[in-house]
Write a protein of this length. Structure first.
Length: 370
């Protein structure tokens, strides 16, 4: 277990990533509005970067609607939030199609973590500074509900098969599950002294995995289990993803700047791959099994072949990449906190991992078939 001093330093590291910027403006122009494509791009990849909005945090892709959703909140702690929006983004043009404003109850109910529930056509978000989670309609953007009692809610993941949304409560070491039909809390699992951050779920089994940033471990919560299983991983894990077969977990380890490949059956780190300073977010490309890591302080995204245990590509982004989301078939979206846009906007980078693959008949044209 981490010492008190170590936990305080890590809490500070988490808090400082919440929001940056002071002016809330949106831009909706892609290539014609300053998009950069091709410069420094590894062969075989297509990379496009455009300014989007200040205060970007996380994104989630809706297959049902063919859109990318992103959260944006401006105001660095301890200063109050001065603006927050949910952004509906066209994945093909990278233009903002619509923005939705969270409710205000004395303070702005600022949005940070996000996941889509395509089964019920809703969005689940974490209101980190408000210690709550909220639900929005994907169809209209309307705020449907807010649920309190999730202390420093950081991330949320939806298990559509079981009608559950799990949120990580970094402040009190809990994983909290909500019914996605009624929005009621249905389960709470607490690991004393832990600091859960990133979340992922194996929808085949219903098992939830959380990165415990405080104790360098993974918290595994299986359906019906009364006692969480604790599995060691790398130093300072912030984000977690699963291999396509569910046998391995991957953690982006901020402290060590590595990707840990964790054998879940054996409960050990099978491989540790150096990716870049400040590894912050991780996602898996389902067709190839490649793993993408956003290296915040290195200003890049590492593409890792976990079978080789090596970085096979490195994509330069704008400064401080914060989150990576990968669609089925191989298109990644990376949000940064560079503030490098003409009006101080943060940016989005789209990486087509396999641009030669055919695409499904869907309006975005960005979802290749495996």
């Amino acid at each position: 277990m981490a010492s008190i001093d170590r936990r305080v330093r890590r809490v500070a590291a988490i808090a400082v990533t919440l929001a940056v910027g002071s002016v809330f403006t949106l831009t909706g122009t892609a290539a014609a509005g300053g998009g950069a494509e091709g410069a420094g791009t590894p062969p075989g990849l297509q990379v496009t970067s455009v300014p989007l909005a200040p205060g970007l945090y996380q994104s989630a892709y809706s297959e049902r609607n063919g859109v990318l959703w992103a959260t944006s909140s401006v105001g660095q702690p301890p200063a109050p939030v001065t603006g927050s929006r949910l952004l509906r983004i066209d994945p093909g043009t990278l233009e903002v199609q619509a923005t939705y404003t969270p409710p205000t109850n004395g303070t702005v109910e600022a949005v940070y973590g996000i996941d889509v529930d395509d089964e019920h056509n809703t969005l689940w978000v974490t209101n980190t500074r408000d210690n709550s989670v909220a639900v929005y309609s994907q169809r209209t953007g309307r705020h449907l509900a807010t649920r309190q009692g999730v202390n420093h809610s950081r991330e949320v993941v939806v298990d559509e098969k079981r009608d559950l949304a799990w949120a990580s409560a970094f402040g009190d070491g809990a994983l909290v599950a909500f019914d996605t039909r009624t929005f009621k809390e249905v389960r709470r699992v607490t690991v004393e002294g832990s600091g859960p951050t990133g979340l992922t779920v194996d929808e085949r089994t219903g098992t939830v995995y959380a990165a415990d940033f405080t104790n360098d471990q993974i918290i595994e919560v299986a359906p019906g289990s009364r006692t969480p299983r604790l599995i060691p991983t790398g130093e300072g894990p912030l984000s977690i993803a699963l291999s396509t077969d569910g046998r391995n977990a991957y953690t982006a380890d901020q402290t060590s700047g590595t990707l840990s490949v964790v054998d879940l059956r054996k409960g050990v780190v099978a491989t540790s791959v150096p990716t870049g300073e400040g590894a912050k977010s991780v996602a898996v490309e389902g067709c190839s099994g490649r793993v993408l890591v956003a290296d915040r302080l290195a200003g890049s995204v590492s593409v890792v072949d976990p079978r080789k245990g090596a970085v096979v590509e490195s994509v330069i982004t704008d400064a401080y990449p914060n989150h990576v989301e990968v669609t089925d078939g191989g298109t990644a979206y990376v949000l940064d906190k560079s503030g490098s846009g003409p009006a101080g906007e943060d940016g989005i980078t789209r990486i087509r991992l396999d641009p030669q693959s055919p695409v499904h008949h869907d309006p975005t044209g960005v979802r290749p078939v495996c």
